[in-house]
Design a protein around this ligand. Structure first.
Ligand SMILES: O=C(O)CCC(=O)C(=O)O
Ligand SMILES: [Fe+2]
Length: 285
């Protein structure tokens, strides 16, 4: 295989060409993939035809795969795959319909957030249902020096129930967490400026989805700073809109990007189904 990489966004996101993820990749292809992942933060491999086993095997190229907290949405035969789907058949939802419909970094609510995530498009509409990505390295680099100093040693609380409660209230499609699920997701505390464990680059590591507040800061000040930082990050210049085709595989780095689904904006009845995995990560520093 001869791999080539083409930048899609201004500062990040690339398409990787010349790989067939259903086959065993040789060392050169693996190196090219990992290099591109470090540099580009989001990789798109288009035109794939992958079984669930091959989605899991591809994910494992980036580390161990962990099942999602919401076991009711696991793929019937593969607990490593979360069904992200708005399809309802015979009165039964085929998957999580509103997955990630807010800016977030996957699993930042755990002590060890996921290193990377993979989404594979099984069925997507011709138009819409795009996934948005935000480059948190570029956003960090563009901060005024004074703000960089202000946030350098800050920590923030991340919590999963915080988001779920808002989804239940605002969107109404999400089930409340069970007692057992709640117990599995206590607060997680992470640095606000995260150093990438492999490349050493710095990124802003808070997100509107799961970040509740800054540690040791009065509530109103904390809210104001969150808003200031999110307004900065969510400028068009840091955002890339990915338009899906069936057979697209996307892998992204949760230490350097936030993402957001737009599936709730689709006309009712539009079918969209993705296979999704998360790859385990380490404690952020
Ligand atoms: O479906 C999407 O566009 C993104 C869903 C998401 O946030 C995820 O799978 O982590
Ligand atoms: Fe997500």
């Amino acid at each position: 295989m001869s791999v080539s990489v083409r930048r899609l966004g201004e500062t990040f996101v690339a398409e990787v060409m010349g790989v067939d993820l259903s086959k065993q990749l040789d060392d050169a292809a693996l190196d090219a993939l990992h290099d591109a992942y470090q540099r580009e933060h989001v990789l798109a491999v288009r035109g794939q035809d992958l079984t669930p086993e091959q989605v899991i095997a591809t994910s494992r190229l980036f580390g161990p795969v962990e099942p999602h907290l919401l076991e009711q949405y696991h793929h019937d035969d593969h607990k490593e795959i979360l069904m992200v789907s708005n399809v309802v058949e015979g009165g039964e939802a085929k998957g999580l319909a509103d997955a990630g419909s807010y800016w977030h970094s996957d699993v930042s609510y755990k002590a060890k957030p996921s290193r990377a995530s993979m989404l594979y498009a099984v069925e997507v509409p011709e138009e819409g249902g795009d996934t948005l990505f935000c480059d948190m390295v570029a956003a960090y680099d563009a901060l005024p020096e004074e703000t960089k100093r202000r946030i350098a040693d800050l920590k923030a609380v991340h919590n999963y129930a915080y988001r779920t409660n808002q989804q239940v209230a605002n969107v109404g499609v999400r089930q409340k967490l069970s007692e057992e699920q709640l117990a599995a997701v206590p607060d997680a505390i992470h640095p606000v400026v995260r150093t990438h464990p492999e490349t050493g680059v710095k990124a802003i590591f808070i997100n509107p989805g799961f970040t509740v507040r800054f540690v040791d800061m009065p509530e109103d000040e904390s809210e104001a700073l969150k808003q200031e930082l999110f307004d900065h990050c969510l400028q068009d210049r840091f955002i890339y809109r990915y338009k899906w085709r069936p057979g697209d595989a996307l892998i992204w780095d949760n230490a350097t990007v936030m993402h957001k689904a737009t599936v709730l904006e689709l006309p009712p009845g539009t079918r969209r189904t993705m296979h999704r995995t998360v790859i385990s990560g380490d404690v952020p520093f």
